[in-house]
Design a protein around this ligand. Structure first.
Ligand code: BTN
Length: 237
């Protein structure tokens, strides 16, 4: 397995996208510091020293609607990694956040290049707050492994386990074990609770009850109707 390491980089996802067309599947880009890490909707992702910032180049022979399962398996692999280090109660918040005690500990950003019928590549970007300090203004919404455990743990150890779990679940994906991935995701997700979904068209409230096979969140509205949400931010408060 090829790992490209930087002390400092703009963004591992950005770099991965640049090299992906000529790079083999499975190559991992990682950096100690990202100067311009970003998340969904190009929001800034603070990436100081002490965190795990990495991107994996994947080239699954599949169609674009299956990419969501790659995001899902990424979140599952992160939850299992956290559990391995004794961080219990890590939960997935649809579609791609991992929370501990309702505070964000990890963000996942998948970026793809594809046509209607073919996926050229998917960059699975994962950022985990390991030992890095959490800025004062984010303390109410974010946490880190070292904060949860009360001790620092070596980033290389987290990296090793995460890669192992990612490989396991990606193989399952390639073998068409979609049902298993969705099942595991649901087991680890925050479901059956009231949420607010914030979308460009406005906000809706409801109970997050399930996901469908395309990864859409199914909300149960107050009047009992169900609504599917494909895009949006879920707020638990
Ligand atoms: C989100 O929560 O919106 C996703 C955050 C994803 C952050 C990771 S860190 C490694 C990779 N490189 C980036 O610039 N972003 C992702």
């Amino acid at each position: 397995r090829k790992v490209i390491y930087f002390q400092e980089i703009e963004s591992t996802n950005e770099y991965a996208k640049k090299i992906a067309p000529h790079e083999d599947e499975g190559t991992i880009i990682t950096a100690d510091v990202q100067k311009r890490g970003y998340g969904r909707k190009f929001r800034t992702w603070m990436s100081p020293k002490g965190g795990l910032w990495m991107s994996v180049i994947l080239k699954p022979k599949t169609t674009p609607e299956h990419i969501v399962k790659i995001v899902f398996l990424g979140a599952i692999a992160v939850v299992e990694t956290l559990e391995r280090f004794g961080v219990e109660a890590a939960k997935i918040k649809w579609p791609n956040d991992v929370l501990v005690n309702e505070k964000k500990i990890c963000g996942i950003l998948a970026e793809g290049s594809f046509s209607e019928r073919e996926v050229y590549y998917v960059i699975l970007g994962i950022g985990i707050n390991v030992n890095n300090p959490i800025p004062e203004e984010l303390l109410s919404t974010s946490t880190s492994i070292s904060k949860v455990l009360g001790v620092e743990i070596p980033i290389e150890d987290v990296f090793k386990i995460l890669v192992e779990r990612l490989e396991y679940w990606y193989k399952e994906f390639l073998h068409g074990k979609d049902e298993k991935i969705l099942q595991k995701w649901k087991e680890k997700a925050i479901l059956n609770r009231e949420v607010r979904v914030i979308r460009e068209e406005g906000e809706i409230r409801g109970k997050a009850v399930d996901i469908d096979e395309l990864g859409a969140l199914i909300l149960e509205l107050e009047d009992g109707r169900k609504e599917k949400v494909l895009y949006g931010d879920v707020s638990l408060r």
